[in-house]
Design a protein around this ligand. Structure first.
Ligand SMILES: C[S@@+](CC[C@H](N)C(=O)[O-])C[C@H]1O[C@@H](n2cnc3c(N)ncnc32)[C@H](O)[C@@H]1O
Length: 255
């Protein structure tokens, strides 16, 4: 899928995006994880700001946030929250001066399609020495129960080149090849939730794959259908599993 179709997809889902992705509770949680790692005296660049829901929460915590995003539909909502501090731009071609950014953040951007190497080329360019890039991945740490194993296998088959994977195992080598240092995970926020195999099967057929990205196309549809059948064939598909996962912030620094 190229950038044009991704933008069209976000334009299309923009009106429902916030409510379908955890609303202000998620955004406030993410802002609370980022804030202790940010200097309130310096501006923050939010790359892939989306509807601005996280940026607005950071603003409420006293940070001055500027946002960039490729989807005009998402940005229209961000503009209502943040005014002229947002602009349409590609994370792979930031309209930002070299060495001018002290701190940048991205929440749930890197699973959404942009080329990881090109984003990190740009982040490494715009950060000033001592600057930091904070990333909250869409993946987080995943449950490794029976549902997780089935869904993980689907993920591998849908994304064999791992272009959607946004954990440290994927991003740290990319960042380090561009002169950034991966400083590790911070602000880890574990959570427990309950889900049955049938619930998971239902959410897959809704078109949202593991809650991370939309699944389109006949071949992907066939893999999802197969996965649904595997989920429903697990023992006790109606019994809720107690599942654990964690969100966290990855910290990249420019020496
Ligand atoms: C899942 S949303 C996350 C939005 C926001 N950061 C949040 O946490 O709510 C991903 C966002 O990345 C944007 N995006 C995808 N590819 C991009 C690119 N190459 N440059 C800039 N933004 C991009 C999409 O338009 C979308 O708004």
């Amino acid at each position: 899928m190229g950038p044009t179709s991704e933008v069209a997809e976000f334009d299309e889902i923009a009106p429902d995006y916030d409510a379908s992705r955890g609303g202000t509770a998620r955004a406030a949680g993410f802002a609370g994880m980022l804030a202790p790692l940010l200097d309130p005296a310096r501006p923050v660049l939010d790359i892939g700001v989306g509807t601005g829901i996280v940026a607005a929460e950071l603003t409420a915590l006293g940070h001055s946030v500027q946002g960039l995003d490729l989807s005009p539909g998402m940005l229209a909502l961000a503009r209502a929250r943040l005014g002229s501090r947002v602009a349409v731009a590609d994370a792979c071609r930031l309209p930002v001066r070299t060495g001018s950014v002290s701190q940048a953040v991205s929440t749930w951007l890197l699973h959404a399609g942009p080329d990881h190497g090109r984003v990190f080329d740009e982040v490494a360019r715009v950060l000033r020495p001592g600057g930091r890039y904070l990333v909250i991945p869409a993946g987080g740490t995943r449950p490794t129960d029976d549902i997780g194993l089935v869904v993980g296998a689907l993920e591998e088959r849908l994304d064999p080149d791992r272009t959607r994977q946004d954990g440290p195992w994927t991003l740290a080598p990319i960042a380090e090849a561009r002169g950034l240092v991966y400083r590790g995970r911070a602000s880890e926020r574990p959570m427990t939730f309950r889900l049955s195999a049938r619930d998971m099967a239902r959410s897959l057929s809704g078109g949202l794959f593991t809650g991370a990205w939309a699944v389109r196309g006949a071949e992907a549809g066939r893999l999802v259908e197969e996965t649904r059948e595997r989920l429903l064939a697990l023992p006790d598909p109606d019994v809720e599993r107690v599942r654990e996962m964690a969100d966290y912030v990855m910290v990249f620094a420019k020496p």
